[in-house]
Design a binder for this molecule. Structure first.
Ligand code: GTP
Length: 438
């Protein structure tokens, strides 16, 4: 995927994440509620309970047509705490349901009877390690007592319920486990309160409703933080992967450009060389000579060259005329090939024009220059040439007195060459008066 496509995708995902986060927070605030209702419609079993078993005389009687409506006759007796009420059974004796996922409980009921209507609600929890199936009283009793209007409802946060102190004492519960528990609830009990007046109380439980958020605020916050962290991390990782890919392609591009650059440098060097060299013989041309002299002047004001040889192949026109230009070209090429190894590395062979060549000699001295010219003359005269030709050259030698004298020295060498031609060719003449014979 291209970089800007990924960027656009990430923008959409960010927007989606923001909308999702806002929607979840809004939904959590206004909804996301789960409800457990215990009522005549829910089909939970109901049992009547009173103080009969404890020696009292109170009576709880369920209405035959609706066990959620019952009559409770509270009667004073030898038993100190008369009570009566009902049990709503939620699970088996040893395995109840988890009500800890709910936040609060709402009791909706009608009643009729003497005095204020005090109600005690108890939630029985089967406590592993304490409760037994044989005796339901060993199940932890978490309770609260409150007053309810004749017809209406009361909502109670589950956190307000407390474990009965007598149960903790009876079961010898360690201090840290004395708090209420709702994770294994077997029944909910609804009794008359401790301040309820004696007499007949008619009660009709419309519903006991447990409500709570599917996810607690804390869980939601944690989930959102995790999701955003994950998203941030994946964004970073993606960025890193892209950055590395970019770096790799940049490196590859730089490497390619370096290769191209080198090739161009080489090419431009070759072109520069071409411009400075005669294509036929490979000797320097006049442009090349100019560059050599400029460089020479830059490094040494007086110049390093101290002698110049002016070479002209003898009767070259005749070679062209008799054997054709191609043969003439081959002779010119052979001349350059023969002359080059005779010269030293610091000497420069220049094609002056046509069949005329210059040799610039550095640090040689006039005598040695004359010696070099003779050697060259002899070499040319003694070797085999194309078409069995005999090729000779006439050479004028002149001393160079500093770089400023270069032009004049070439003229003097040319004049000496003219003398060599006039004196019969295939010979060396020196420009400074004393003309040596080959
Ligand atoms: N094949 C060939 N011939 C060339 C080239 N450049 C110049 N020439 C010929 O070289 C010949 C030079 O002739 P001339 O200047 O008359 O000199 P020469 O015949 O060598 O006579 P001398 O110098 O007096 O010995 C001319 O015919 C030119 O056309 C070249 O690049 N190739």
């Amino acid at each position: 995927m291209r970089k800007n496509q990924v960027g656009r995708a990430m923008q959409y995902i960010t927007l989606a994440m923001i909308i999702l986060t806002a929607a979840l927070l809004w939904w959590h605030r206004l909804g996301m509620v789960r409800v457990l209702e215990i009522s005549a419609r829910s089909g939970h079993a109901v049992e009547a309970r009173d103080d009969h078993a404890d020696g009292g005389m109170s009576r709880a009687v369920l209405a035959p047509e609706n066990p959620f409506a019952f009559t409770c006759t509270l009667t004073k007796s030898a038993y100190a705490w008369p009570y009566c009420g009902v049990h709503f059974l939620l699970g088996r004796d040893d395995g109840g349901i988890d009500l800890s996922v709910f936040d609060h409980m709402t009791v909706v009921m009608d009643r009729a009877g003497p005095g204020e209507h005090h109600v005690r609600v108890a939630i029985r929890n089967f406590e592993r390690g304490f409760s037994t199936v044989a005796d339901y009283r060993t199940q932890k009793i978490n309770e609260i007592e409150f007053t309810i209007p004749p017809a209406g409802s009361v909502t109670i946060p589950l956190g307000l319920l407390r474990t009965a102190a007598w149960w903790n004492s009876m079961m010898k519960v360690p201090l840290l486990r004395t708090g209420p528990n709702f994770d294994n609830v077997t029944s909910i009990e609804l009794y008359t309160g401790s301040l309820s007046e004696m007499g007949t109380h008619r009660m009709h439980v419309q519903a006991i409703r447990f409500e709570g958020k599917w996810i607690s605020e804390r869980q939601l916050a944690l989930a959102l933080v995790c999701a955003w962290c994950l998203y941030g991390a994946s964004w970073l990782a993606l960025g890193m992967v892209q950055y590395r890919g970019q770096l790799r392609s940049e490196k590859a591009r730089v490497a390619t450009l370096t290769v191209i650059n080198r090739a161009l440098q080489l090419e431009s060097q070759q072109l520069a060389d071409l411009v400075k060299h005669d294509p036929l013989t490979g000797a320097l041309n006049r442009q090349g000579l100019r560059d050599v002299l400029l460089k020479d002047q830059e490094s040494n004001a007086d110049g390093q060259f101290d002698a110049v040889l002016f070479i002209d192949l003898d009767h070259f026109k005749r070679i062209n005329d008799q054997h054709g230009h191609d043969v003439g070209d081959r002779v010119l090429k052979q001349f350059a090939a023969v002359a080059t190894p005779v010269l030293r590395g610091s000497d420069k062979l220049v094609r002056w024009g046509g069949e005329e060549f210059l040799v610039l000699c550095a640090g040689i001295g006039q005598d040695n220059a004359v010696e070099l010219a003779r050697r060259l003359c002899n070499r040319l005269a003694g070797m085999a040439w194309p078409e069995g030709l005999r090729v000779t050259a006439s050479i004028g030698v002149a001393a160079i007195h500093g770089s400023a004298d270069m032009g004049e020295a070439i003229k003097r060498a040319d004049a000496a060459l003219y003398v060599a031609k006039r004196n019969g060719r295939n010979r060396v003449e020196i420009a400074t008066g004393a003309h040596a014979q080959a």
